[in-house]
Design a protein around this ligand. Structure first.
Ligand code: ME8
Length: 555
């Protein structure tokens, strides 16, 4: 049975249109999901929208619309963004879905039964923009004496009778978790921040509100709706109407058992589920402190990892978010530069886990240099040459070393260039390192891929197939072409998670059937002979990565 892997993004607040930060998170999660599918895992990928809470109520009021209409309209835009960007989600979870409510209430009841909920008066600072409570010591003072949260958003003093969750009870168990499973919070810097925060002492948190009703009703407690973060975090285990969500607390256990199974380890503790929550750095505390405490309270397994990616900043390193009004529309960018170019740029440019910045010139420069000039050009010149010089089909490898390379029996990352004397000269071909992707070093993975592309282009120059043809050196020519064809096959398969459409088009041109494009196919020793024996002929290729024009209306 194949290994299960469940990956989630944060669910976005649909109080405005999606911005490039949302697109970045969805694209990164999609690349990871596709990587694991190609590696043979049974993957489930969920994204969605976080529709309750005061922020949504206030936005609807400001716009003069019903909050339900706002949610529907905006949530649809988030889903449309995912579809445009080729995000391969299995479920788009909306928190206004009735079945989500069933799951949230089931989780609440379990937390209540554990003795972790009590009623008390809450008096403290609240940021509507972050939908978060803060302690006095965390605040700073901004212009005109306005108190600000650590995220720089204004806070207001709130006094209400609310339900409290005994977070303080979980302090030691959380610290033990961070110590015993360092991979639980990544990257390392974010883990340190969380540990310092928890070591500083945890207070119980307010988990219901009575001053508005746009939320999930607290079971058996009229007038109380759940604090939006309890509701939002539960999306990871909740169900959708269609039961396409995991369905915790509903009558359908299938997906929950598959992707979030309750299994005890040898120590009698619940084993972590193979779940990755990919989120931005501003909400790590909710995912790495509150969420595991809620799960411990409800006696549910913890996820394997919370990964806090960095922020995408506008030119000059300025923060970009809808509340600051300098948002960039990802759909416009995708229309202007192409979906795969945008995906490639974001994943290659930003060191994954760190902040990074974006500009139209940077997209054009990077995509032209690496996709159009390097990879596109490699594919274009090799395939045109094959199309012209081998009209009757691909050549077969002449030398044993080349055959072994094609069949992946030798080090299929190939360390040779073909010498004039028909021997193999040792040369260095960098490897595409797949474990980097497993470690979420996405940008470095792409870099090793690019190094390999550059080396292959050099291989073309060194072996000059057109000269070999002119000089009638057929044996060497055949081996050079077989080698290059094998490389392009490998490079196209490897890069699918990043640029799925373009890689797919190239694999179509190569004649590789759809069901032979997984990473397991890279270990198949018969692919080349089968392709040769097929009726596929390399047609004059159409360029897959046309050069981008530098925009004149640079914003
Ligand atoms: O936080 N660059 O929703 P949200 C990169 N509803 N990522 C960014 C970003 C930027 N400039 N701005 C935001 C919420 N993000 C909650 C989540 S999850 C149970 C509830 C990321 O719409 C942000 O860090 O404000 C978060 O991971 C995601 O976009 C949604 O942000």
């Amino acid at each position: 049975m194949s290994e299960k892997f469940y990956i989630t993004t944060a669910i976005s607040y649909p109080n405005g249109k999606p911005h490039i930060g949302h697109a970045y998170e969805a694209i990164a999660a999609d690349a990871i999901a596709r990587f694991h599918r190609l590696s043979g895992k049974d993957v489930r990928f969920q994204t969605g929208t976080d529709e309750h809470g005061l922020k949504m109520v206030q936005t609807a009021r400001d716009k003069g619309v019903d909050v339900r209409d706002l949610c529907r309209e905006m949530s649809d835009q988030f889903q449309a963004m995912c579809d445009t960007l080729n995000i391969s989600y299995d479920n788009f979870q909306r928190t206004t879905d009735p079945m989500h409510q069933v799951s949230c209430q089931a989780m609440w009841r379990k937390m209540h039964a554990a003795g972790d909920m009590y009623l008390n008066k809450y008096e403290g600072w609240y940021s509507v923009r972050d939908e978060a409570f803060y302690e006095e010591k965390e605040l700073t003072t901004g212009d005109e004496g306005v108190k600000l949260s650590p995220q720089g958003t204004p806070v207001e003093w709130v006094v209400e009778e609310t339900w409290f969750f005994r977070l303080s009870k979980y302090q030691d168990r959380l610290l033990k978790l961070y110590k015993e499973r360092p991979e639980f919070i990544q990257p390392e810097g974010r883990r340190n921040e969380v540990m310092r925060f928890v070591e500083g002492g945890l207070r119980d948190i307010s988990v219901s509100r009575t001053s508005f009703d746009w939320g999930i009703p607290v079971p058996d407690s009229p007038g109380h709706v759940m604090y939006v973060w309890v509701d939002a975090l539960a999306n990871y285990i909740s169900g959708a109407q269609s039961l396409s969500g995991l369905g915790y607390g509903t009558n359908d256990f299938t997906l929950m058992e598959k992707f979030w199974p309750s299994e005890e380890g040898p120590d009698g503790e619940l084993k972590p589920a193979n779940v990755l929550h990919l989120i931005g750095k501003d909400i790590v505390r909710f995912h790495a402190v509150y969420w595991p405490a809620f799960l411990m309270s409800a006696k549910l397994p913890l996820p394997k990892q919370v990964f806090g990616h960095g922020f995408l900043l506008a030119r000059g390193g300025e923060k970009m978010s809808k509340s600051l009004g300098n948002v960039v529309d990802p759909i416009e960018l995708a229309e202007q530069f192409g979906v795969d170019n945008l995906r490639y740029f974001l994943l290659r440019e930003v060191s994954f886990g760190q902040d990074g910045s974006y500009s139209p010139e940077a997209i054009v420069t990077r995509c032209n240099a690496e996709l159009a000039n390097s990879f596109g050009n490699l594919a274009q010149r090799v395939l045109s040459f094959v199309g012209k010089s081998y009209p009757d089909g691909l050549p077969s490898p002449r030398r044993e070393s080349v055959r072994k390379f094609v069949e992946h029996k030798a080090d299929w990352w190939f360390e040779g260039v073909i010498g004039d004397d028909n021997s193999m000269e040792r040369g260095f071909i960098p490897r595409v390192n797949f474990t980097l992707m497993d470690d979420k070093m996405i940008d470095t993975f792409i870099k090793t891929w690019m190094d390999c592309v550059i080396r292959c282009n050099k291989f073309v120059d060194e072996n000059a197939p057109w000269t070999l043809r002119k000089e009638g050196k057929q044996e060497q020519l055949d081996d050079a072409i077989v080698t290059l064809f094998t490389f392009i096959h490998m490079l196209a398969i490897a890069i699918q998670p990043i640029i799925p459409t373009a890689a797919g088009k190239l694999l179509d041109q190569l004649g590789i059937p759809e069901d032979e494009r997984s990473y397991a196919a890279l270990a198949d020793d018969t692919w080349y002979d089968r392709l040769r024996a097929s009726s596929h002929r390399i047609a004059p290729p159409t360029p897959i990565f046309p050069r981008l024009e530098m925009p004149t209306d640079v914003k």
